[in-house]
Design a binder for this molecule. Sequence first.
Ligand SMILES: Cc1cc2nc3c(=O)[nH]c(=O)nc-3n(C[C@H](O)[C@H](O)[C@H](O)COP(=O)(O)O)c2cc1C
Length: 397
Amino acid sequence: MKLGICGWILVKVTYSKLKYVVIRTISHSRILTSAYFAFSPSYRREQRALVSGLLSHMKDIKEDTSFFLLRRNIHRIEKGLVMPSRRPVFAAEYIGETVDYYLKALKNCGGVSREFDWATDVLHQYFASVESHPYVDKARRAFLEIAPVEPGEAVPYKHGTVRSPVTNDELLSLVRQRKSVRTFLQKPVPRELVDTALEIAALSPSSCNRQPTHYRIYDEGPLLREMARLPLGTAGFADNIPMICAVTGDLSAYFYERDRHSIYVDGCLSAMLFMLALETVGLASCPLNWAEIDSRDQRFEKMAGLLPHERAIMFMAIGYPDPEGKVAYSAKKDLSALRSYNQASEAARRPELRDEVRTRVANWWRRLRKLVAPAAEDMTLFFILYESELLALVRSH
Ligand SMILES: Cc1cc2nc3c(=O)[nH]c(=O)nc-3n(C[C@H](O)[C@H](O)[C@H](O)COP(=O)(O)O)c2cc1C
C-alpha cells in the first residue's frame, strides 16, 4: 500500500503528537525516563561502548598497553609542578604506577615518540623537585636505572609576556572565511595539506591531555563513496565529496562513567581547529552530523573496523571549494543571546534569603516531628506488643 505525501504527513503529525504526550508524561519522573530509554537501541549502543571502554581501560591498567594512563599521570605531575604553592612531596600515591607505565611504554614504542620524550622530561624534573619519601625514592631508583640521562625541554615553562601573533581582525577574517562548503572541485585533495592541518588540530586542548580523538580519512574508491553516503546530512552532495573524514573518540581513555562526554567535547575542540587550519592551506570543509541511528552506527563500525569502545563523533567533508559553488549565509545569533554574565537564581544571589528559607524549613520539620512523634511512639509500641503476641503464638504451636 502506497501512502502518498498526504499519508506521510498524517503519519508524521500523529507520531509527533504521540511523542509529545509520551515525553511530557515521562518528563515528570526519573523512573519512567529510565524505562523509556531502556528501550532505545541507540542508548544501549552508547552504554555498551561506555562499558567496553571502562573494561578496556581497566585491562590497560593491568597490562599497561596504552598511552592514556601514562599521558594522564604525566599531565597530573606537570600540573603539580606548575602549582603556585607546590607541596614538597606530591603524587607519591601514583608515582610508582606512573614509572611502571613509563617502563612499559618504553618497551612498546622503543623510546621514540614525542609523548615519550615529554614523559621522560617531566619525570626528570619531578624527581629533581620533590623531597624524599619511600614511594618516591623507590620510583626514582626504577626510573633513573632506565631513563635517558639528558633530559630535554618538554617541561613546564614560564608563560612570559607574549603578544598574540595574529590580530583580532586577522583571526576574525580567518573565522569568517570558514564556511560550510558543500560544492567541491573534483580534484584530489593532497594528503600533505591535510596532515599539515592535522598537526594544528593535534594542538587542541583535551581533558587531562588524554587526546582520545582519531581522524579516519577516506579519499579513494568505493569506500569513499560509501562513507560519504553514511551520514544523513550529505543527501544532495554526497557524490561531490572528494574526501571524507570521520572524527572518532576512544572511550577506553577513562576510568569513570562521569567522563563519558569527554570524547565529544575533546573531539569537537580538535575538529574546530582542524577546520580552521584547512582554510589556511586552501581547503574547505563541511561538518556533518552523526545521528544516533543503530543501523548506520553498525555499518560504520563494520566498515571502519571500529573497536567496541570507539565512537563516531562527527564526519567532515573536505575538498577544494568550487569558486562558482554557493555557500549558505547562516546568520549567527546576537551577542545578547549568546552570553550572560553572573546569571544566578534569586537564592544564590541573596544568601540571607537562602538561610531564611532553611530556618523556616527546619522549624516546620521540628513542629511536624513534635506532632507526629507521640503517634509514632504509640505505633511502635503497638508493633512491639503485636510482635511479642505473635511470637508467643508461634512458640505455643
Ligand atoms: C556538528 C555539526 C553537524 C552538521 N551536520 C551537517 C550535515 O549533516 N549536513 C550539512 O549539510 N551541514 C551540516 N552542518 C553544517 C551546518 O549546517 C553549518 O555549520 C551551520 O549552518 C552554520 O553555517 P557555517 O558553518 O557556514 O557557519 C553541521 C554542522 C555541525 C557543527
